[in-house]
Design a protein around this ligand. Structure first.
Ligand SMILES: [Cu+2]
Length: 207
């Protein structure tokens, strides 16, 4: 009865001593580093998300389908935008689209409307000085996936697709307002760069 508390006291002292000397400081450092990482991720990596369901023209304004074979009513679009350190990543996720099919996809300048042309031309970081309202840029020097955001994709056998693009710049506020889905993958040659056929559908996104 008299020696037991003493022995316990010694053991505790030894435990505390070794804990303070070896184990505790590294553990504390690791915890604070992990906390900083978590804060960093929360502050810089939370994307803006625009989720919409495609509807025929006149029935909705968020996402409009102009071709219900390629983009049936009820198909969905999810667009995530992440701007960080001067870079911009855009990720498109589609469901309910025509299966096993190529699509072109780009960020355009204006919101979607009842007319497929309402979305305007492609958003360009460096605007092609030769482009006009009637003749959009087809110069590969400007109409390319580094100066524009291209999200071409191919759907799987269930009509789902995910595509992502990252560029070394950020959108000018209010100048990039939609994602347009096109008939085929995007051309890159002289005089046709950036073209991808008819506009099949459009998603309004305030990038
Ligand atoms: Cu386009």
């Amino acid at each position: 009865m008299r020696t037991a508390p003493f022995a316990v006291g010694l053991a505790l002292t030894a435990l505390l001593a070794s804990g303070c000397a070896d184990a505790e400081p590294p553990v504390v450092e690791e915890e604070s580093a992990a906390t900083d990482d978590a804060r960093g991720i929360q502050a810089t990596a939370s994307p803006s998300v625009t989720a919409s369901t495609f509807l025929p023209p006149g029935e909705g304004t968020g996402a409009i389908t102009y071709d219900e074979t390629a983009v049936p009513e009820g198909a969905t679009s999810d667009v995530q935008v992440r701007e960080q350190d001067g870079q911009t990543s855009v990720r498109f996720t589609g469901t309910g689209l025509e299966a096993d099919r190529d699509f072109g996809a780009h960020v355009h300048t204006r919101p979607c409307g009842e007319d497929p042309a309402d979305a305007g031309p492609h958003y360009q970081n460096e605007v092609d000085p030769a482009a006009t309202e009637d003749e959009p840029s087809t110069d590969p020097e400007y109409a390319n996936p580094e100066n524009e955001v291209w999200l071409d994709f191919t759907t799987d056998e269930s009509g789902n697709a995910v595509s992502e693009a990252t560029v070394d710049w950020e959108f000018r506020e209010g100048e990039a307002r939609s994602l347009v889905l096109h008939e085929h993958h995007t051309n890159t040659g002289e005089g046709e760069a950036g073209t991808a056929g008819d506009r099949l559908a459009c998603v309004s996104v305030d990038f």
